[in-house]
Design a protein around this ligand. Structure first.
Ligand code: GBH
Length: 457
């Protein structure tokens, strides 16, 4: 196979999120988040798993950073837990919460690893949810205040700041279909949440810029949406609708074009969009230095003019059928299609030119590594290596076609709390034994270490 080298300065790294790895749910004054409430509610998360202990990263961060250094990571994307910093969402800053991220940042910098901060990876303080959560405009303002509090402590050392992780998930899974915290099921609430998340992003981006942050971004999970039948007009309409609700509803306002008319029209069928106030779109269009893209699988849709379609999207009213995965899938049931990543990157680079891109998550859960390490301590996750290899080739292909892709962060460094799936799905390149918290790099970690050291495949 021919060699594929990545550009000089291409950033290689790994990603995690606070609630998925930290544990220490009651340490040092941390407040509850909506994920604490949700996971402690029977029936919401597989087998009643919670993030109370998770990977105990809060106490083991130094060892984890040493492991990152061993693997040769240039960057580490982690999220800050809002309820550690402002336990009740709005009140005084909790310095002990900030201390943790201060120590983590210094440990990373000591090893030459660049910290990439995500300010919000789904753990909204419960007290703010009690006041409406993301359906309430005030949450956007509180988010910007919280962002500034984190920047005030870490801004002298951290240069890359991303606001939200996948607002699509927060809004549609959290408020639309209820699979994620806070578990609301209302299409109108989902769209209110979309807007207030974007507004929160814009307010935070503006405040961070004024405070001197160098690189400001956001991470989305845009979809590569393709029709079941490329010749079908009904399928093309379904693609347009899903593309609007998953991609353009975020990307257009973020890049200054405002909400697309067809999307607003669709939203207005479910809820009067009076929550979009004059001037909001200008705030949302705060300049972006980086767009983070999380990609796992492609999305194929068919139109259902008879209204009998399935739909994960609030208010598509049966007009869309999401096709079941075809071909190989991961343990999540997600279709494996690296070419979808190339298409997605090219599409974004074409339709939203001038935005530096970074793959902030890509990876998979696979059945072969649910086993504990065998006698010689090896976990051969060949499926994961094949997945990562295929997607890196796809990313490289996009770069060779001119896409400005700056880096790749694997999801995830560690096996961790996989949201509604609890600990039963493992995405790590490093195995975690939840009985004794032992970390064991899988074969994929060693493979990735090689890729990084060669800057190529
Ligand atoms: C990310 O979300 C999260 O940021 C991260 O915290 C999480 O651990 C990781 O991914 C793995 O789940 O069922 O085929 O239609 C991923 C969001 C949205 C990706 C829904 C897959 C559905 C695929 N996901 N999407 S399918």
């Amino acid at each position: 196979m021919s060699e594929r080298r990545f550009p000089e300065n291409f950033v290689w790294g790994a990603a995690t999120a606070a609630y998925q790895i930290e544990g220490a749910a009651r340490d040092d004054g941390r407040g509850d988040s909506i994920w604490d409430t949700f996971s402690r509610t029977p029936g919401k998360v597989f087998a009643g798993h919670t993030g109370d202990v998770a990977c105990d990263h809060y106490h083991r961060y130094a060892d984890d950073v040493a492991l990152m250094a061993e693997l040769g990571l240039a960057a580490y994307r982690f999220s800050v837990a809002w309820p550690r910093i402002r336990p009740d969402g709005t009140g005084p800053v909790n310095p002990r919460g900030l201390d943790f991220y201060d120590r983590l940042t210094d440990a990373l910098l000591d090893r030459g690893i660049d910290p990439i901060i995500t300010l919000y990876h789904w753990d909204l303080p419960q007290t703010l949810q009690d006041r409406g959560g993301w359906t309430s405009r005030e949450t956007a303002e509180h988010f910007a205040d919280y962002a500034l509090a984190v920047h005030a402590r870490l801004g002298d050392r951290v240069h890359t700041w991303t606001t939200l992780n996948e607002p699509w998930c927060s809004a549609y899974l959290g408020y639309g279909n209820g699979v994620h915290a806070p578990g609301e099921q209302d299409a109108g609430s989902a769209f209110r949440a979309v807007h207030h998340l974007l507004l929160g992003h814009g307010l935070a981006a503006r405040a961070l810029r004024a405070a001197g942050a160098r690189t400001i971004g956001i991470t989305l999970n845009p979809a590569d949406v393709a029709p079941a039948d490329p010749g079908s007009a009904a399928d093309a309409a379904a693609v347009r609708l899903v593309d609007g609700l998953q991609n353009r509803i975020f990307l257009d306002p973020l890049t200054g074009a405002g909400y697309p008319a067809d999307v607003l029209e669709h939203v207005a069928r479910m809820v009067e969009p009076t929550f979009v106030r004059e001037g909001d779109e200008k705030v949302i269009a705060a300049p972006l230095d980086l767009l983070g893209i999380n990609y796992y699988s492609p999305t194929y849709v068919a139109g259902r003019p008879d209204g009998a379609g399935s739909s994960a999207y609030p208010g598509t009213e049966g007009a869309v059928e999401f096709l079941p995965a075809a071909g190989p899938v991961t343990e999540m049931g997600w279709q494996i299609e690296p070419a979808g990543l190339t298409r997605l990157l090219e599409r974004i680079a074409t339709d939203y030119p001038g935005l530096p891109l970074m793959i902030t998550e890509n990876g998979g859960a696979f059945p072969d590594d649910t086993r504990l390490p065998d006698g010689d301590g090896r976990i051969d996750d060949a499926d994961r290596i094949a997945y990562l290899d295929g997607h890196l080739r796809a990313a490289h292909e996009a770069i060779s076609r001119g896409v400005d892709l700056r880096g790749y962060l694997v999801w995830s460094l560690l096996d961790n709390f996989e949201w509604a799936e609890g600990y039963r799905k493992r995405f790590g390149i490093v195995h975690v034994d939840y009985l004794d918290q032992r970390r064991t790099p899988k074969s994929s970690a060693r493979w990735y270490q090689e890729v990084i050291s060669r800057n190529g495949l």
